[in-house]
Write a protein that binds this ligand. Structure first.
Ligand code: IFM
Length: 703
């Protein structure tokens, strides 16, 4: 909604109020209602209402030197006296997009209209009517869209014209829109026992994630910047890793649909792997329509006025993120059918790819993965070999070891899958072996090393650079402008090793490393975390999110402050201007997910739903709804107690663990359990020792 009071050069004041929606009830309809009130005058008003086919992609300053015109107009028409239609085609992909707009005027007696283009590439109606002082007149526009990707249509133009002709008026569309949001909000609403600011930001973030999701019948992924701007040209990265969890626990079908978006692009990922000389599927770092690699080769540095090489496509961990999400979807839903039809194949193809990436170091009987980049995009190689990638990125190798193990389990669960290229017993043995022998580098003091040789890099002068530049989040640009390179230093753009503590509990990390033959004593965990916390520039909005998660149990107040900043990523445009290029969907979804999963200690690994909350001091209570293995559950908690209510229905019994107690619960059951085994509050908030979230065993908790 927007209201403007406009005073013109003749001293007349006009109040213009507009409301507009893109319908959640029918995402192919949008509508806006604009109401004019002449406050102190009477006379004629002229309005133009139509469709602009000359719209350009000019929203990102750095792309201004690139092509910005992506539509070719095919036809413009006036199907009925109050409707115009524009039929266009995207210039490269040839997708037809038709839009029909119907304009109605209410509250004026003398409406005159003429079909008139405003520019050569637009079509519309010029509408005139008389405004009487103080008497509102509303102009209502309803727009329908159809594309050549829609199902069950003849042509997009016919579909758009038919849809707009059948569409109800604004008030009906708004009412249906509100009902649809209410139904969605019943699933996604979170009650926070906290001040309004965090609640507002959480609601805003959840809203923007939800309205970026494709309807089930549309083949679309999750673009990193939502549907809100042109940053990264709508490309899909690994950011979905941060989005799925909040969806899977509420609308698992949506996660399933989005994983199928990846599955449909396996063909392209297989081709990419084979072209590069590997087996299995190599998912692209940035991709769009067909799933081919579309990461730009160069990045513009406005500081230096130079193009920089962009080697970020070396982030092979993107496929591991897809595989991780497949398994997590299965754990929450128990959807074996999905695993049999699609999931096992995705896991197997990613496992095949990492297997072919790994090179055996025979004397050490270890496997190395070289030529990659971790999530930290500041290191694309070694100081003497920039651009060639790094060796044994710990995040990649540890996650790969976990995926190899899960791929084996998946095949055991659904033997014979994938039927296209069944997994042989020998392959499974190789995966098992690799999940025990991949190399993970460590520093001399036992800290997990970001990659082989990270420890040998120079320490960076953080204080001096902060003093000189203020905002040093994009050290890659700063250093390049100085003729230097981040490859020389111990620094990270964003959480890299720490991503392990985001995806896995401390026990899981120790188990994966233990299986790999590495001792990782509890004391090494806070040392590892502290090492990287001190060396991260937060050049991505994902970075503080991960740190907020990692600190949730040891520094509850610090975690909350980092979360508050992440929640504000777009509300306050914390990167100073990037929000206008699109929201940061990973941070938006991840912050909403963190409040729910991390602070409640919610975990689903091992076939049980576990809750082990530690709320930050700022959060008196927390309430939300989830669906676990088909069972809808309402959860409420404060720092002493968790209450669960399982909705009546036909779901199978589930195992639930709260603190140290485990129960089997059935539809209709309620359980209110005290939270046990936590350090007293006074010991937690101020602990200087960092320890990860979510499930430290008592022995590992900082004391
Ligand atoms: O995927 C992220 C990446 O991790 C950091 N740079 C921005 C990308 C898109 O959000």
């Amino acid at each position: 909604s927007r209201t403007v009071r406009h005073a013109d050069s003749h001293g007349r004041t006009t109040r213009i109020s507009s409301r507009r929606i893109v319908s959640l009830a029918d995402p192919r309809l949008a509508t806006m209602e604009t109401t004019f009130i002449a406050e102190d005058w009477s006379g004629e008003l002229e309005v133009w209402s139509g469709i602009d086919g000359e719209v350009t992609n000019g929203g990102v300053a750095d792309y201004r030197m690139l092509a910005d015109h992506h539509l070719r107009i095919v036809n413009m028409a006036e199907p009925t006296q109050d409707t115009v239609l524009l039929d266009a085609e995207t210039t490269q992909s040839g997708i037809r997009i038709a839009m029909a707009a119907r304009t109605t005027v209410r509250g004026a007696a003398d409406v005159q209209r003429a079909h008139e283009a405003r520019t050569a590439g637009s079509t519309g109606h010029r509408i005139r009517f008389t405004l009487a002082a103080g008497k509102p007149v509303s102009v209502e526009k309803v727009v329908a869209v159809a594309t050549s990707r829609d199902r069950a249509i003849s042509t997009p133009a016919l579909a758009a014209a038919a849809r707009v002709a059948r569409a109800p008026h604004f008030a009906h569309l708004l009412a249906a829109h509100k009902r649809a949001w209410k139904a969605l909000w019943d699933r996604f609403g979170v009650t926070l026992g906290n001040g309004e600011r965090a609640g507002l930001a959480l609601t805003l973030n959840t809203f923007h994630v939800l309205q970026s999701l494709p309807p089930a019948d549309i083949d679309a992924g999750i673009p990193a910047r939502g549907l809100h701007g042109e940053g990264y040209r709508g490309h899909v990265f690994w950011d979905e890793l941060f989005v799925y969890p909040m969806l899977t626990l509420r609308v698992p079908d949506v996660t399933r649909g989005l994983l199928l978006y990846r599955q449909r692009r396996l063909v392209e990922a297989r081709a990419a792997a084979s072209t590069a000389g590997f087996a299995g599927a190599m998912f692209p770092w940035q991709s769009g329509s067909d799933g081919r690699e579309e990461t730009p080769r160069e990045l513009w540095n406005a500081r230096s006025g130079r193009w920089m090489r962009d080697n970020s496509r070396r982030q092979r961990h993107v496929g591991l993120a897809v595989a991780y999400s497949v398994w997590k979807y299965y754990e929450v839903t128990g959807d074996v059918q999905f695993l049999a039809s699609y999931g096992a194949e995705l896991l197997a193809e990613v496992a095949r790819f990492v297997t072919s990436l790994a090179v055996h170091d025979v004397p050490a009987d270890r496997y190395d993965i070289s030529g990659v980049m971790g999530p930290d995009e500041f290191h694309d190689g070694y100081p003497n070999a920039p651009g060639t990638g790094v060796r044994n990125n710990a995040y990649t190798n540890v996650l790969a070891a976990w995926v190899l193990q899960r791929a084996g389990e998946a095949i055991a669960l659904v033997p014979g899958c994938p039927s296209r290229q069944p997994v042989s017993a020998r392959e499974r043995e190789t995966w098992d072996h690799l999940s025990r022998r991949l190399r993970v580098p460590f520093h001399d003091d036992g800290v997990i090393s970001q990659f082989d040789g990270y420890e040998k890099l120079a320490e960076f002068g953080w204080d001096a650079y902060r003093a000189r530049y203020g905002d040093i989040s994009r050290l890659d640009l700063i250093l390049e402008a100085e003729g230097d390179s981040p490859n020389r230093y111990r620094l990270s753009k964003q959480a890299d090793v720490l991503m392990l503590f985001y995806l896995f509990s401390a026990e899981e990390i120790r188990a994966i490393l233990g299986r790999l033959g590495y001792g990782f004593p509890p004391a090494a965990i806070p040392r590892t975390i502290a090492f990287y916390l001190a060396r991260t520039s937060h050049g991505s909005t994902l970075s503080r999110l991960v740190q907020a998660w990692v600190l949730a149990r040891s520094d509850r107040h610090g975690s909350w402050s980092l979360l508050a900043r992440t929640l504000d990523s777009d509300l306050a445009d914390v990167q100073g201007g990037t929000t206008r290029e699109g929201v940061h969907l990973g941070a938006m979804a991840g912050s909403a997910d963190l409040v729910l999963r991390c602070y409640s200690g919610l975990d689903v690994s091992g076939g049980a739903l576990r809750l082990n909350p530690v709320l930050p001091p700022e959060l008196a209570h927390l309430g939300f709804a989830i669906v676990y293995r088909g069972q809808p559950i309402t959860v409420r908690m404060n720092s002493h107690r968790v209450q669960l209510r399982l909705h009546a229905g036909t779901a199978a019994p589930i195992r639930v663990r709260i603190g140290d107690q485990t129960r089997t619960l059935r539809p209709g059951d309620e359980w209110s359990a005290p939270i046990n085994g936590r350090a007293p509050r006074s010991q937690q908030g101020s602990s200087p020792v960092v320890s990860p979230c979510p499930h430290l065993s008592p022995a590992e908790r900082p004391s």
